[in-house]
Design a protein around this ligand. Structure first.
Ligand code: GLA
Length: 408
């Protein structure tokens, strides 16, 4: 009797779509890292560029620094065949997606693709609406590892339901695929997406500027500071396996070196996915040095997976903290202004209490070594005040390394 009941409940589970609608767990214990074609190439993407990017990811040291996913964004799609299966654009991807996935995998990397929950993508290619299970099957057969799923042309659709359908389709296709939810924060995905996807966009699109709004007519894209400010209040929703996504990186896409450094630092403080968006085959050494800074990446990828928070602001300077493993902390001081600012900080006067993670720095009782993550300089300990000058649109980012004493 017991056995029959167990078998029956197994059957019920298999027949219950809600049971499929759970994502593949364990795919994103830390924020995903990789590259995506959109920010630099937009619709002008082809297989030669993807192969060259995968090569560059290895040669530049990015793979060894933790970058894994090579994601082809919009405009790879051609038409559907007579049976409804999506085909890559035959002119841009003549070898097909399976061969491209094999090539990317052979370099120790993973392949990502883009689709859309609506009838058409934002770039007016076929979307997945009505073809979700069929498309997921194609992705699985090709060896795709990551799907960015957009939200254009979705009139009449319920966002949670639409993303649940694609999560269920991926689960049914059987290949573990990261689901990157891209509905721009319109329907508060942080409130419902944790069981469905591994990351969700919190805002509209980023633009390669520090503090601007780019007007596209019926929508706007936003500079780094605007996107940063829109993250307010969201940290409670992020953690291992489910991340707030403030959009892909614009490092190397035209901002100043200081701005690129500030952007990368703040994304690390946010435990954001680090998805490079520049042309990896033609990067300046300064761009590369920012993208592969291992100590900054370690802040982003810290195993605790606690998103950082704005602790305080004084004039144009903001102080952010992020708890790290081993009792360490990251601190980033962001200069929002274009002019140089002076910082003087007496650690013992700072009360840093992260109620969400139940962690306190306790600077009066605990000692930390202070390490500058951009210069690599040892700045002494928290026994003495920190004095620094921070250039316009730049940061001072340090790791506070807990020095244990005999009482610990
Ligand atoms: C939307 C997304 C972008 C990009 C484009 C592609 O705007 O938010 O990140 O994927 O579509 O068309």
């Amino acid at each position: 009797m017991m056995r029959v009941a167990a078998a029956l409940s197994g059957l019920l589970l298999a027949a219950d779509p809600a049971a499929w609608a759970q994502k593949f767990e364990e795919l994103a214990p830390t924020p995903p890292m990789g590259w995506n074609s959109w920010n630099h190439f937009e619709c002008k993407i082809d297989e030669a560029t993807v192969r060259a990017t995968a090569d560059a990811m290895v040669v530049s040291g990015m793979r060894d620094a933790g970058y894994r996913y090579v994601v082809i964004d919009d405009c790879w799609q051609g038409a559907r065949d007579a049976d409804g299966f999506i085909q890559p654009d035959p002119e841009r991807f003549p070898s097909g997606m399976k061969a491209l996935a094999d090539a990317v995998h052979s370099k120790g990397l993973k392949l990502g693709l883009y689709s859309d929950a609506g009838w058409t993508t934002c770039g007016h290619r076929p979307g997945s609406r009505g073809y979700e299970f069929q498309d997921a099957l194609s992705y699985a057969r090709w060896g795709v590892d990551y799907l960015k799923y957009d939200w254009c042309d979705t009139e009449g659709l319920n966002a949670e339901g639409a993303y649940q359908t694609m999560a269920a389709a991926l689960k049914a296709a059987g290949r573990p695929i990261v689901l990157s939810i891209c509905e721009w924060g319109d329907n508060q995905p942080w409130e419902w997406a944790e069981p469905i996807g591994h990351l969700w966009r919190t805002t509209g699109d980023i633009a390669p500027c520090f503090d601007c709004e780019v007007d596209h007519g019926d929508w706007s894209s936003w500079g780094v500071l605007r996107i940063l400010d829109l993250q307010d209040g969201l940290r409670v929703h992020a953690g291992p396996g489910h991340w707030n996504d403030p959009d892909m990186l614009e490092v190397g896409n035209g901002m100043s070196e200081a701005e690129d450094r500030a952007h990368f630092s703040m994304w690390a403080m946010l435990a954001a996915p680090l998805i490079a968006g520049n042309d990896l085959t033609r990067m300046l050494p300064a761009t590369r040095a920012i993208l592969i800074n291992r100590e900054v990446i370690a802040v982003d990828q810290d195993p605790l997976g606690i998103q950082g928070f704005r602790h305080s602001a004084a004039g144009d300077l903001e102080i952010w903290f992020k708890p790290l493993e081993g009792g360490d902390w990251a601190m980033c001081v962001l200069n929002r202004s274009a002019s140089r600012q002076r910082l003087e900080l007496v650690w013992q006067e700072l009360a840093v209490d992260d109620a969400l993670a139940d962690r306190q720095t306790l600077f009066k009782a605990r000692l930390y070594r202070v390490r500058d993550l951009w210069t690599g300089a040892d700045l002494g300990t928290t026994r003495r005040p920190l004095e620094a000058e921070i250039a316009g649109h730049d940061v001072l980012m340090v790791r506070l390394v807990r020095v244990l004493d005999a009482n610990d």
